[in-house]
Design a protein around this ligand. Sequence first.
Ligand code: BTN
Length: 275
Amino acid sequence: MRDKKGLGDGTKESGDLCSNAVFSGLRSDFWKKIIYHESINSTNEFALSLSLRGPESGTVIIADSQARGRGRMGRVWISPPGTNIYMSAVLKPEIAVRNAAFLTVAAALACAHALRGEAGLNVNIRWPNDLMVCDKKIGGILTEIRSGHDEINFAVIGIGINVNSWGKDFPEELADIATSVKEVTGRYFSRSKIIAQILNELERWYKKLTVDGSFLLLEEWKRLSCTIGKVVRITLCSEVISGIAEDIDEEGMLVLRLASGERRRISSGDLTELR
Ligand code: BTN
């Protein structure tokens, strides 16, 4: 029997979200500590502040709600209590900084496999790392790293998944583009169980990345991609471009064929599918 290392923040843990329940669903001792907060500004922000004090690799922060959840491109991640998953994993990967994008890929693959295993969902990945079900976004990932010249000091992988919320719970502007596990399946799910499976899968994909390199992750990313082959529009910092998404290259860049025939490699941006 493994020791319980789930740590609460002293507040009552929510029925289906509990650090010890997450801990007992883990298949190895890769994850060292699960820290629960009932309410927090942002699990990523908290994990980053812990990391400055040198936390153990393998620390995970989970929260029932976030007051200032962070999304990609400086957006807010709406994080009401009692329904969804907000979690951040701290890791100290021994990979080159240029491969850091694959930490997010490892997390996206982990979520896709965990949601298939737990809820039978067919999850696709919209480049770079939106988790999509039935053409709607069910979750997202925000990885923040602190690095030296060519080494990663630590990485915080933040994951948000809509689990038991309903479409009507989303703000109006998200109602048509977001969904949840409950909305797709009609069933209620234990967040602790899903989190444990995500962590088991993240351990698996992270080990593949750090031991074998990014090749297997790239293959699986392309297999689950719903972007390759589509006509897309990408909003970059200073321009908007469109074209056919032809491929994802070995550095994780999207290869876009413009109407002019030119091929552009895009490292990050906001993508909209046109058809
Ligand atoms: C996206 O915009 O698609 C990424 C969203 C990431 C949200 C998660 S919720 C847990 C973690 N803490 C945060 O503040 N953000 C991430």
